[in-house]
Design a binder for this molecule. Structure first.
Ligand SMILES: Nc1ncnc2c1ncn2[C@@H]1O[C@H](COP(=O)(O)OP(=O)(O)O)[C@@H](O)[C@H]1O
Ligand SMILES: [Mg+2]
Length: 247
């Protein structure tokens, strides 16, 4: 059984038909990289998976059970199985770093003291010092903010981690630190991961398998080797960063 199954997903915003029958199966504990141009619906796909956007049609199954139909308490419970690293890290500047990380733990009724200790443990997992716990997110560098975002994503030991463009806007060295953290987190938690990226170095470094989203569907799904040697010109142009011509 697949861990996550996306079946024939459709999603429109007004006249814009974004997802047009996207189907993809993701195995337990694999890292699936999703490639696709800007505005093709990669973030929308993640939001549909989380239930933050409603599908027009199609089904999402996790561990063989439909999840696209869940509401209320059942959906909240499902959300606790996910960790999400948002594009731009999306930290609350009004809270110190540790509260950002321990947000869900506090909501679940952990005492502030326990939650702060748990947050510091996660900070260490992502290579930050305990002192960072009391700092404001606005005082951190881009790379540090990403690390804090990752610490928050893993704070509740989720089974599925979603990364939306984790290395976009970072320099190559910091990007590599994040790539290593993605690999290490997979090892530590044994989680299933979905990584959306335009960064081919990152894609080939972290992927077990890859999927190429084009015009609302998955045009190709395969191993990094399959992608490197693809005969599909559209995919090859994308990977090699060449604009498509109509010649
Ligand atoms: N809430 C929304 N309302 C209207 N249009 C949206 C909304 N969310 C996304 N879109 C549109 O859907 C398309 C895909 O967006 P997105 O998934 O963010 O792209 P990307 O693949 O770059 O992550 C874009 O054209 C975007 O403008
Ligand atoms: Mg996006």
């Amino acid at each position: 059984m697949k861990h996550i199954e996306l079946l024939n997903l459709h999603k429109s915003f007004g006249p814009k038909h974004i997802l047009r029958g996207a189907s993809l199966g993701i195995e337990k504990a694999e890292t699936m990289v999703i490639l696709g141009g800007s505005g093709t619906g990669k973030s929308v796909l993640l939001k549909c998976l989380l239930g933050l956007e409603k599908l027009d049609s199609g089904e999402i199954h996790i561990d063989g059970k439909p999840t696209h139909t869940l509401h209320g308490e059942a959906r909240m419970e499902l959300m606790t199985h996910f960790g999400m690293l948002f594009q731009g890290a999306a930290l609350f500047d009004s809270m110190p770093v540790w509260e950002n990380i321990a947000f869900l733990l506090l909501r679940r009724g952990m005492t502030p003291k326990q939650a702060k200790a748990a947050a510091i443990e996660k900070l260490e997992m992502v290579g930050l010092k305990p002192e960072v716990a009391d700092q404001a997110p606005s005082s951190l560098s881009g790379g540090q903010r990403k690390r804090v975002g990752l610490a928050r994503a893993i704070a509740h030991s989720p089974q599925i981690i979603l990364y939306d463009e984790p290395t976009t806007g970072l320099d190559p060295v910091t990007s590599d630190v994040i790539n290593n953290l993605i690999l290490q987190t997979q090892k530590n938690l044994g989680c299933t991961s979905i990584v959306i990226t335009h960064d081919m170095t990152s894609a080939f470094k972290v992927a077990n398998r890859m999927a190429f989203l084009k015009e609302g569907q998955f045009l190709e799904v395969g191993t990094p080797k399959d992608f490197r040697t693809t005969a599909n010109t559209t995919l090859r142009n994308f990977i090699e960063g060449r604009a498509e011509t109509n010649e």
